[in-house]
Design a protein around this ligand. Structure first.
Ligand code: ATP
Length: 217
């Protein structure tokens, strides 16, 4: 008897300080392109590679909840916020792999900037043994890797086949032709500090939350 087909499970990590349309819109397009039924957003607690977030964990979680309310594509997983230790993506993926079993197709979504810096991530060599990488385009970042060696690594794992993503548990990199959004959380925090409008950058309930709590002032 043939084994049942397991739907591709997609995970999306980040600081989300705050969550913005540059996080959400490309991933909505990606979901259509790759036939994702659900994307699980996993906000991280103490991002190892960067300055600490300005909003605290619970505020960042609340903003993601507000942003995805009424969007059944997205769901939130707060496991990294519950850990006191740094959030290493590889460890979260190992945990999810243990929970879901070896056959489950798993994908981790990143932007092009994260692909370019991936080889600085903790135990980055282990990532493709745990999942596929789905990469959204991001304006302002080169489309090729920094070195010939990194580019060769990318080409060795790259697929253009959506079917392949669904048919295997991990190991492939898919560069998705997602629409470009020139939005970053850094620029939003700066704009808010300068009292500039952010209506086109952040969902309205998130902006209301930021204003009510005087975040990023
Ligand atoms: P910051 O400006 O504080 O560094 P950010 O806007 O890059 O934040 P993160 O929470 O660090 O947001 O990003 C989470 C994930 O979302 C990363 O993989 C990142 O590449 C991706 N991402 C963020 N903004 C965009 C965007 N505008 N287009 C495509 N991907 C994005």
């Amino acid at each position: 008897m043939a084994s049942p087909v397991l739907p591709l499970c997609a995970l999306y990590g980040g600081t989300f300080d705050p969550v913005h349309y540059g996080h959400l819109k490309p991933v909505e397009a990606l979901a259509k392109e790759v036939a994702l039924h659900q994307v699980t957003i996993i906000p991280n607690n103490v991002p190892p590679h960067r300055p600490q977030p300005e909003a605290d964990s619970q505020q960042r979680k609340a903003m993601v909840e507000l942003a995805i309310a009424g969007h059944p594509l997205f769901k939130l997983d707060d496991r990294e916020l519950q850990r006191p230790t740094p959030s290493y993506t590889v460890e979260t993926l190992e945990q999810i792999r243990r929970e879901q079993g070896a056959r489950q197709p798993l994908a981790f979504i990143i932007g092009q900037d994260s692909l370019l810096s991936l080889q600085r991530w903790h135990r980055w060599e282990d990532l493709l043994g745990l999942c596929h990488l789905l990469v959204c385009q991001r304006p302002g970042y080169p489309v090729s890797m920094d070195t010939a060696e990194q580019q060769a690594w990318l080409e060795a794992h790259r697929t253009t086949s959506v079917e392949e993503l669904h048919a295997s548990p991990g190991g492939k990199i898919y560069l998705a032709p997602t629409p470009l959004y020139a939005i970053s959380a850094t620029a939003i925090r700066q704009r808010l500090a300068e009292n500039l409008p952010c209506d086109d950058l952040v969902p309205p309930p998130v902006l209301a939350f930021i204003q009510q709590r005087h975040l990023y002032r």
